[in-house]
Design a protein around this ligand. Structure first.
Ligand SMILES: Cc1cc2nc3c(=O)[nH]c(=O)nc-3n(C[C@H](O)[C@H](O)[C@H](O)COP(=O)(O)O)c2cc1C
Length: 339
């Protein structure tokens, strides 16, 4: 392919289909896309916000950032350099990015590796196999985050891991006893064999939420109050690599950057048969997020808490059809997306 695409429906459809395989908080898929004059506009779908869990929309923007990375990668796969204008209109915070088709350039082997991982990536909830990640791979994951302007700080000291686990436990205990957070979580949890295209299916949560060192979200309502306080037994040795993804500041620009860095790290990990689990509960409570920040030597802003490791277990969560996330035109100002 040597000509710049005219932003045809076909090309846009193709890259949006890739974008929406991204992870999102509770699989809320809070994104919308508009093709305009050959460009692609990425909007936050504020009707899909989680006001109790994510009151300032930080994780919504992180999720959209992950979708943006996929969109960029799919354009690279087609042989074009994406030209991204993040948050092009500061007074319209729902418009998160404008992406144009740049010059032709053959995708690199590294980009193709990440592209192929996109459809294989899944969130893992529960213990990992005890095989550790090799040091060169950990260093490569750090470089992937750095390439997107973020820091991947690994927490290897057992005392620090337990300190982090205690904060996750406090957050999870709070959220399990908070009626608003619980109602929100249940609203985004799918019953067995559900036909919904969003939310977390019960099949994606096969393990007890307290079966790893860091307490998991209680999507099933099995286990209030949280036991994830470091006393959960032999499975604790199967925590995997614990890491914090951080950004220099904490603006919407940083959140969007964090999402792109997250997805780049996840795809690189997937391409090396490594899965990830997330434990972002303490980052949703300002005082606990401040505690986490004190654990980061660089004092950057924590955006994600991850575990990375080997597992044979996977479950593919559904996505809404492309047609549901593509608008024919820029949403009118009076629509519910306006903040
Ligand atoms: C910003 C963000 C926060 C997340 N936090 C959690 C979490 O705390 N616990 C969890 O189990 N999954 C978490 N996830 C993963 C989502 O639940 C998951 O991406 C979604 O269900 C789609 O599934 P998939 O990643 O397997 O495609 C988070 C994802 C994102 C992008």
């Amino acid at each position: 392919m040597s000509a710049q695409p005219d932003g045809s429906d076909h090309a846009i459809h193709y890259v949006v289909r890739a974008a929406i395989t991204a992870p999102s908080l509770h699989n809320s898929q809070p994104w919308l896309f508009v093709g305009r004059g050959g460009d692609i506009l990425l909007y936050a779908d504020l009707t899909r916000r989680l006001p109790s869990t994510d009151p300032n929309g930080r994780e919504l923007v992180v999720s959209c950032g992950a979708a943006l990375f996929n969109l960029r990668l799919a354009m690279r796969h087609l042989g074009f350099r994406p030209v991204v204008h993040p948050l092009p209109t500061p007074r319209l915070p729902r418009l998160l990015a404008q992406v144009s088709w740049g010059a032709y350039a053959r995708p690199t082997a590294g980009e193709e590796l990440l592209y192929r991982a996109m459809r294989e990536r899944r969130t893992h909830r529960g213990p990992f196999q005890s095989t550790p990640l090799p040091a060169p791979l950990i260093e490569a994951l750090r470089l992937q985050a750095l390439a997107e302007g973020a820091e991947l700080h690994t927490v290897v000291d057992p005392a620090q891991q337990h300190r982090l686990a205690a904060v996750v436990h406090r957050a999870e205990s709070f959220q399990r006893s908070d009626p608003d957070c619980t109602a929100e979580l249940m609203g985004w949890t799918q019953p067995h064999r559900s036909c919904r295209y969003d939310g977390v299916p019960s099949e994606a949560t096969p393990f007890h939420p307290d079966s790893a060192l860091l307490a998991g979200r209680d999507f099933t309502g099995w286990s209030r109050p949280s036991r994830g306080d470091g006393s959960a037994g032999p499975l604790l040795t199967r925590t995997g690599l614990v890491a914090l993804l951080n950004t220099p500041r904490d603006t919407p620009q940083d959140w969007l950057r964090a999402g792109q860095a997250l997805q780049r790290v996840l795809l690189y990990a997937t391409s090396h048969t490594i899965s990830a689990g997330f434990h972002t509960q303490p980052l949703e409570i300002p005082s606990l997020r401040a505690d986490i920040r004190t654990m980061i030597p660089s004092r950057q802003s924590p955006q994600m808490i991850l575990r990375l490791g080997h597992t044979n277990w996977t479950w593919r969560t559904p996505r809404r059809p492309v047609e549901d996330v593509m608008l024919a035109d820029v949403p009118p100002r009076a629509c519910p997306l306006d903040v």
